[in-house]
Each structure stands twice: as structure tokens, then as C-alpha cells.
Design a protein. Structure first.
Length: 184
């Protein structure tokens, strides 16, 4: 909960990937409140009132997964909506003068997108969602100890794009950048 809140404020991409990881952890724990408490809450050595808050936060996510029919797989609509928002920003940055540096960063990734799209098997996903799914798969490969070439390629081409898009998202959200400033 505290980690998620901090990541949401600082880096939207890390927040999304963190929530995806939580989803998988909750599935692995079979949504059991006892397992969630013993594996995710108790090891944190929190004051008792905070333990209850953390457990409730995890259980809220578990309930959302159930409500959305995503007990076996898939991601919460909340994160998918955030990715859609980021994709809308991506589209704006691809067109507006303020996105010049982003377009340059994205151009290094563009030739690899068809391969990523084929590998991930979904032609309907936005480029931004493809990037997130590639990053998450990379994280899982690293945890499992494999896929070094895929990990290197993903980190080299996808990470800079998502990092810059996340930074722009935060700046737009906080009012530090006006996307249309040069068009006024």
C-alpha cells in the first residue's frame, strides 16, 4: 500500500508493474486472507493498526480481481485504464511539438514493435500496452532466471520509451508541462 502510493506519485509505470506483481502474488496465494497476511503483511513488522490497513488493501485488490473475473489471469481495469491514458499521451507526443524528444526515443523502439506484438500474440493492443506487457514479461524472466537476450533487448529498447513516457505523464499530471503551450 505504501509502496504503491509512493510509486503512483513518482512513476506511473512502476506503479502499474507493481500492481501487476501484486495481482500475481494474490493469485499464487489463492486469495487466502491467512496466506496474504502471513506472506505479505506479517513480515513487514508494522504496528498492529497498519497491519489491518495493509491486509484490507490486499483484500480489496483480491476482491476487484474476483469482481472483474480475473482470478486466473489478466489485469485490473484500473491499470489498463492508466495504460490507455498513457497511450493517449503517447499519441499526443507523437504529434505535438513538445514530444520531439519522445519521438526520437520512440523511433529506436518502433522497428521492434511488430516482433513484440507477434511474440505477445495480440494484434489489438496499443503500442503502450505492448511495451508494458514486454516489461512485465522481462521482470518475470529475470525472476525465473532465464531469457537473457530477450531481457537485454527489452530493457534496451522498451525501457527508455516507457521511462520517458512516464516522466512526461507525471509532468503533465502535475501541470509542469502544457502539451499545447506552443500551439497557443
Amino acid at each position: 500500500m505504501d509502496i504503491a502510493q509512493a510509486r503512483r506519485k513518482e512513476n506511473i509505470a512502476e506503479y502499474i508493474l507493481y500492481l501487476w506483481q501484486i495481482e500475481d502474488l494474490l493469485r499464487a496465494l489463492q486469495f487466502s486472507p491467512e496466506a496474504i497476511y502471513s506472506q505479505l503483511v506479517a513480515p513487514r513488522n508494522l504496528p498492529e493498526q497498519n497491519r489491518e490497513l495493509f491486509l484490507l488493501w490486499y483484500l480489496d485488490i483480491a476482491n476487484l480481481l474476483r469482481e472483474e473475473g480475473k482470478e486466473q489471469g489478466g489485469h485490473l481495469n484500473h491499470t489498463l485504464h492508466l495504460i490507455a491514458d498513457m497511450h493517449n499521451l503517447h499519441l499526443q507526443l507523437m504529434e505535438l511539438p513538445v514530444g520531439a524528444h519522445y519521438r526520437q526515443t520512440f523511433s529506436a523502439l518502433a522497428p521492434f514493435l511488430p516482433t513484440l506484438r507477434t511474440t505477445l500474440g495480440n494484434r489489438e493492443m496499443s503500442d503502450t500496452e505492448i511495451c508494458f506487457r514486454a516489461l512485465y514479461a522481462t521482470m518475470l524472466y529475470r525472476i525465473k532466471g532465464g531469457g537473457e537476450k530477450a531481457v537485454t533487448d527489452t530493457l534496451e529498447y522498451v525501457s527508455p520509451v516507457i521511462a520517458e513516457l512516464s516522466a512526461m505523464y507525471r509532468k503533465v499530471e502535475q501541470g509542469e508541462i502544457d502539451l499545447f503551450e506552443e500551439q497557443k
